[in-house]
Ligand binder design. Structure first.
Ligand code: C5P
Length: 287
């Protein structure tokens, strides 16, 4: 039995370019791995088949689950046709939240299998398997703080974010990723994140300057659900957050706090208001 933690990701910033011929969009994102995580257990067998089980009933057990797809692609990269696995996923990361929950389970499977097989694949080869699995999977394999470009597969590790507490709140609704990309294509963006400014603030270890630049272009989509996003951001800021922003295509919103006690106080209030709110810390590089 092998075990691995699957950390959630947050977008410190998220910028989107025009649609590409393949239907995807080029992105420029500063990503952060955090301590909110799913727990993965893998039993390897020689059935040649992979399936998943989870504490949540609606998590698929077949290839529709990125964790199953990742294991299949990992075995394929090893040219091992007889290897099979049963993957148990204990979900703590909310689904449909913009925190790469499915992608990070897949990433944890890739790291865990590589450990089991004595680091048979190099970090570069692992990232290739991740890229074939899905757009957010390469960052989730790498972890830490990183710049992600292209579909998310072009990664540059950045200096770790200074010590802080994240308060992550998810309202009850979820937002469909393809739907939000389509809505974004129909509007002209008002503004873009200052990615270079975030990178230099990370280099200087200046948390205040990072927090001032939190920005996600998806918040500009005219959608009434963004009113709730704005409302949560305001509550985080009035509770003492240095900055607040939606992550990915939502619906989760997070604030960054320097004072952990303030963070815990806001967190328990927002949990009452919206149903899901947790505190988390930054997590460093995984490979
Ligand atoms: O990567 P994932 O399968 O989660 O993406 C879901 C959908 O979101 C894609 O089919 C595409 O419509 C949109 N997407 C995009 N550009 C990206 C990532 C996702 O247009 N970089």
């Amino acid at each position: 039995m092998i075990t691995e933690k699957a950390c959630a990701k947050l977008n410190i910033s998220l910028d989107v370019s025009k649609p590409r011929p393949d239907g995807y969009h080029d992105m420029i994102m500063v990503m952060q791995a955090v301590s909110l995580c799913d727990d993965i257990e893998i039993e390897i067998n020689s059935s040649g088949k992979v399936f998943a089980k989870s504490n949540l009933k609606y998590i698929p057990s077949d290839e529709k689950n990125l964790a199953v797809k990742a294991a299949g692609l990992y075995f394929e990269a090893l040219d091992n046709r007889s290897a099979g696995a049963v993957i148990s996923i204990r979900k703590a990361i909310p689904v449909g939240a913009g925190m790469a929950g499915g992608s990070t389970d897949a990433a944890a499977v890739i790291r865990a299998l590589n450990r089991y097989y004595g680091n048979a694949l190099s970090p570069e080869e692992l990232l290739k398997v991740a890229e074939r699995t899905g757009s957010d999977v390469p960052f989730c394999v790498l972890g830490g703080t990183a710049l992600a470009e292209g579909r998310g597969e072009i990664l540059t590790s950045l200096p770790e974010i200074p010590e802080c507490t994240f308060v992550i709140c998810k309202p009850e609704f979820s937002i469909s990723t393809p739907e939000l990309f389509k809505a974004l294509d129909r509007i002209k963006l008002r503004s873009h994140p200052d990615t270079a400014g975030i990178i230099s603030a990370l280099e200087n270890g200046d948390l205040k300057q990072i927090c001032r630049r939190l920005y996600n272009v998806f918040e500009d989509v005219p959608d009434r659900r963004m009113r709730t996003v704005t409302e949560i951001k305001q509550k985080l800021l009035s509770g003492g957050a240095e900055g607040a922003v939606m992550t990915g295509t939502g619906s989760a919103v997070f604030g960054i706090f320097t004072d952990a006690e303030e963070a815990y106080a806001v967190c328990s209030q927002l949990e009452k208001d919206y149903g899901f709110c947790v505190c988390a810390e930054p997590v460093g590089k995984q490979i």
